[in-house]
Design a protein around this ligand. Structure first.
Ligand code: F0G
Length: 354
């Protein structure tokens, strides 16, 4: 993290719902790199200028920290003693960390057996109370919404408007770095908070005179968990991209609005295409994101294949979370791991030198 970077609340104070005396609960989130992807455009036959916004470089390894710093700051300001959230893993990791930072109790409700191991390790390590339900994320979200309405626990899912306010700062950073808006912004869609917040950020920057042209927003769902694309709730969502295994997104309307207002769209792609993009980023660009994150690049590849880009267009994809969060999926990638006896000779043989 840059030495002069104070975290998103202090950096973008004038755009956020905070008071002059608000003291941020921060882990110095945001200020993530916008990395040019130099090799991929050539490989996919697109004459575009492609960037990845590496949100996995946030303190807990995902974009959730942008919204969480604000949600926890505000919850503390209002006197909350405990936080609660439902999660596919990243929100809970972030809530657990920021709750610990603020000295608050944290309860996380997650679908049993469906959370990537690294994310579970984070919730455990920060000493949140992990409640696994034998059900889906969507059911977990309903439970925590109900409880927070009647009990003194602050809900920090993205149905809390402070979360979206914080998350919108990703759009500010992209514009600040590029000196303009991208032509397209691709991102994965699960509960749909991030696309809603990113679009809000672009619109606010335009209104503030800091951006001339708005990007087209393209949200990517996994085929087995694509309620917005199908136009109905998916009862049993299924995808390898566990972070976006969601059948009834809370910000459904926000995502539809972002897509239609920006002349973009929400598309669904197969797990195979998402995993191809996941592996391409790691192999060709040295960037290790989690599977759900790669849905954004899978969208770019799909657009390139269908000839949807014009030459020279600037395209940004959000890589929402770090690859280390999900070691199982990473290790299921075909790779060479060769076991040899100790000593130089055997290694040289593998290298082809003897
Ligand atoms: N990518 C990652 C890595 C995520 O963790 C999520 C959502 C998304 C994309 C989709 O973002 O929900 O704003 O559309 N994760 C939530 C969680 C649901 O509980 O961590 P969204």
């Amino acid at each position: 993290m840059r030495l002069d970077w104070p975290g998103i609340i202090d950096h973008y104070r004038e755009f956020l719902p905070v008071l002059p005396h608000t003291r941020p609960v921060t882990l110095y989130e945001g200020g993530t790199p916008l990395v040019p992807l130099d090799r991929i455009p050539g490989l996919i036959g697109a004459k575009i200028v492609l960037y990845a916004k590496i949100e996995g470089q946030n303190p807990t390894g995902s974009f959730k920290d942008r919204g969480m710093t604000l949600a926890v700051t505000k919850a503390q300001e209002r006197g909350a003693k405990a936080l609660i959230c439902a999660s596919t893993g990243n929100t809970s990791a972030s809530a657990a960390a920021y709750g610990a930072r603020a000295g608050l109790k944290v309860y996380v409700v997650v679908p049993e057996g469906k959370i990537a191991r690294g994310k579970m390790a984070q919730a455990v390590m920060h000493q949140s109370v992990v409640i696994q339900i034998k059900g889906l994320f969507d059911e977990a979200l309903q439970v925590v919404r109900d409880i927070s309405e009647t009990h003194p626990v602050a809900l920090v899912n993205s149905v809390n408007p402070d979360r979206l306010e914080g998350q919108k700062t990703v759009a500010f950073e992209i514009c600040d770095v590029l000196g303009q808006g991208p032509h397209f912004h691709f991102l994965p869609v699960g509960n749909a908070g991030n696309i809603t917040a990113s679009w809000m950020g672009y619109r606010e920057y335009k209104m503030a005179g800091k951006l001339r042209d708005l990007p087209r927003m393209v949200g990517v769902q996994a085929e087995g968990a694509a309620p917005i694309v199908r136009g109905h709730v998916i009862e049993k969502p299924e995808t390898v991209a566990s972070a976006i295994r969601i059948g009834n997104p809370a910000s459904w309307q926000g995502a539809v609005k972002a897509a239609s207002e920006s002349k973009g769209e929400i598309i669904a792609l197969s797990d195979e295409k998402i995993l191809d993009a996941y592996r391409m980023l790691a192999k060709e660009e040295g960037i290790f994101c989690e599977p759900a994150s790669a849905a954004s690049l899978a969208g770019v590849i799909e657009y390139a294949r269908n000839g949807h880009f014009s030459s020279g267009e600037i395209v940004v994809c959000t890589l929402t979370g770090h690859g280390l969060k999900d070691p199982e999926t990473a290790l299921s990638t075909p790779h060479s791991q060769i076991s040899v006896p100790p000593g130089k000779e055997a290694v040289l043989r593998v290298l082809g030198f003897s």
